[in-house]
Design a protein around this ligand. Structure first.
Ligand code: ZN
Length: 202
């Protein structure tokens, strides 16, 4: 399965000159929600991710997704794994479990995101699950930005990766691309203007 091509076909991998939320610039941008716009595509990607997780022998009771980004991927993955699906959400900036969701002691939870960059939100959700007695057995995402090493990939973990090294991280594809500070950006040097992805109404 050519995951990169699926992202390109869905207009989820954008090429241009982008200003990222960090303030840095990039030639590429992943608009992860776009790849899940078609439920059939979402199902295909989730099934591929579920197969990889099942093949590893990992046993999971529940998938927990950090809202908002992880919601659709988390639900699709839980459906493919045939396990419970819950989500964590921010309340006044703090990740929490609400909506009547319960976590039992020792419950084996996989955290699922649409994309893992450094893994910050995933780990915030993981800490909430652990505080309720759950056990984090793995992390999953459709796309990996390339800062964390995933299963079945040769990419090395970078210092800014927040995922723990002792639990497996599953993703379908590495999307590594260069980011530049505004003063060192070759696209700026060529005279073009960086745009904020999503600034045109999407
Ligand atoms: Zn630039």
């Amino acid at each position: 399965m050519d995951v990169k091509q699926i992202y390109i076909d869905a207009d989820a991998l954008l090429e241009g000159h982008f200003k990222l939320s960090s303030g840095n610039h990039s030639q590429f941008y992943l608009q992860s929600a776009k790849v899940l716009e078609n439920p059939k595509t979402a199902k295909i990607l989730a099934q591929a991710l579920a197969s990889e997780i099942k093949a590893s022998g990992l046993e999971i009771d529940t998938v927990c997704a950090p809202a908002l980004g992880g919601l659709i991927a988390g639900f699709a993955l839980a459906s493919a794994l045939d396990v419970r699906s819950i989500f964590a959400e921010r309340v006044n900036g703090e990740m929490s479990i609400r909506r009547g969701f319960e976590v039992t002691k020792g419950e084996r939870v996989l955290i699922c995101e649409d994309i893992i960059t450094t893994g910050g939100s995933a780990m915030e959700a993981a800490r909430v699950i652990e505080s309720l007695g759950g056990k984090i057995v793995g992390i999953a995402a459709l796309a990996n930005r390339g800062f964390c090493k995933r299963e079945n990939s040769n990419i090395e973990t970078k210092p800014n990766c927040k995922l723990p090294q002792d639990i497996p991280f599953f993703a379908l594809e590495d999307f590594t691309f260069d980011i530049y500070t505004p003063d060192s950006c070759p696209l700026c040097k060529d005279g073009s203007q960086a745009i904020k992805p999503g600034s045109r109404g999407n």
